[in-house]
Ligand binder design. Structure first.
Ligand SMILES: *Cc1c(COP(=O)(O)O)cnc(C)c1O
Length: 372
């Protein structure tokens, strides 16, 4: 019998499923009884936090009896200066996930619709479903967003288009010209959310400068995070750059103290540590080459990625290979919840973690080869 606590929930919630997080190392240890794991499942910075961040946290921890600055004054100042925008354009979130949810809370309800891509970051589907709005899912093109089809899918009641650039879990990215074409095609009443969670890793000429475009298109929303290249996934801090009136709307639905004092201090310190960021990006570039070379040597297809992870095709069911990798102490990310049953996503790790992952793959694939 269905529990009344399900049927009492809002209809939009009854048909939803909770977001599946990457398996924590502790959980894998408990379940499998294997002492040593490497976790390449959540696109985290593998290097550990910057020493400057740790020092800032030590100082800020003296004051954790106090509520944080609910307006994040200093962090906004630094971000505003860094990006050449007014502080009033910035909204802070507990991770950029929080911002994606704030947009849905402020702009979506049962009378509206939101558009996102097949294989688009799952939080778009969740935020849309939770709001009760209609989800318009547009078929992917070579695993990436099909921006002209997305523009073509706009209905009268469409309020939001979510674009991940690059996208998780596919690693594909949207080119400048295609984004501009979409921005020119859709009505100014449609908010275009450009989720730039991995932008720090990209160095490509045709990658759009979202913040510059935001200055031209008032309906464009840029979201960024400290969780990936800045190495602060555990602290939950991200932000958006928008028209100041949109920022006002987001602030109306935001919890007043959504970003902790420790997160604010850490983000400020992280922004100052240019060396940490540069080293993280360089490590990622090298790790990406290492994994691409490894996949090629093993004859595995992969989706070319512009981010800090790569999604590859598995010869058999991905769930099988995922279990085999776990048995060998490697945690990667199944993406069957995206409808990708023959792919796994692996985050770029430290050099020896990447090597250990490739070694495990080799071990798994050996018996398959000799079968042939
Ligand atoms: C990781 C990720 C985020 C950011 O998550 P946070 O809440 O900032 O930790 C946003 N969008 C995409 C596509 C991501 O993969």
């Amino acid at each position: 019998m269905t529990s009344p606590f399900i049927t009492l929930a809002r209809p939009a919630i009854q048909s939803m499923q909770a977001y599946q997080v990457g398996k924590p190392i502790e959980e894998a240890r408990r379940e499998l009884g294997i002492a040593h794991f490497i976790k390449l499942a959540s696109n985290e910075n593998p290097r550990g936090p910057s020493p400057a961040v740790l020092a800032a946290l030590a100082t800020a921890s003296q004051d954790i009896n106090r509520y944080p600055d609910g307006n994040g004054f200093y962090l906004k100042q630094i971000l505003a200066e860094r990006h050449g925008v007014d502080a009033s354009a910035i909204t802070l979130g507990a991770g950029s996930n929080d911002i994606l949810e704030l947009i849905a809370s402020a702009y979506l309800d049962g009378d509206t619709s939101a558009i996102y891509s097949q294989y688009g970051f799952l939080v778009y589907a969740l935020a849309t479903a939770r709001s009760g709005a209609e989800s318009i899912v547009v078929d992917a093109c070579n695993f990436g967003h099909d921006l002209s089809a997305m523009a073509g899918a706009v209905k009268n009641n469409t309020r939001v288009i979510y674009i991940a650039n690059p996208n998780n879990p596919t690693g594909t990215y949207t080119h400048h010209n295609d984004l501009v074409a979409l921005l020119d095609a859709v009505p100014a009443s449609v908010l275009v959310v450009l989720d730039e969670a991995y932008c720090e890793y990209i160095n490509k000429a045709d990658y759009p400068d979202g913040i510059a475009l935001q200055k031209r298109y008032a309906n464009l929303i840029i979201t960024r995070t400290f969780s990936k290249a800045y190495g602060l996934g555990g602290l939950r801090v991200g932000y958006s750059i928008t028209d100041p009136i949109i920022a006002d709307m987001l602030n109306r639905v935001r919890q007043p103290f959504n970003v902790t004092s420790l997160s604010l201090a850490a983000a400020q310190a992280a922004l100052d540590d240019n060396a940490y960021l540069a080293e993280s990006v360089a490590l990622n570039d090298a790790g990406m080459q290492q994994l691409e070379a490894g996949f090629s040597a093993l004859g595995l297809n992969y989706i070319e990625s512009a981010a800090n992870f790569i999604t590859f095709e598995t010869p058999n069911l991905a769930s099988e290979m995922n279990q085999q990798l776990l048995q060998l102490g490697v945690i990667v990310r199944p993406v069957a919840n995206y409808g990708l049953n023959n792919h796994l996503r692996v985050s770029i790790g430290l050099e020896d973690e990447n090597a250990q992952f490739l070694q495990a793959l080799t071990q798994i694939l050996e018996p398959l080869k000799s079968d042939k």
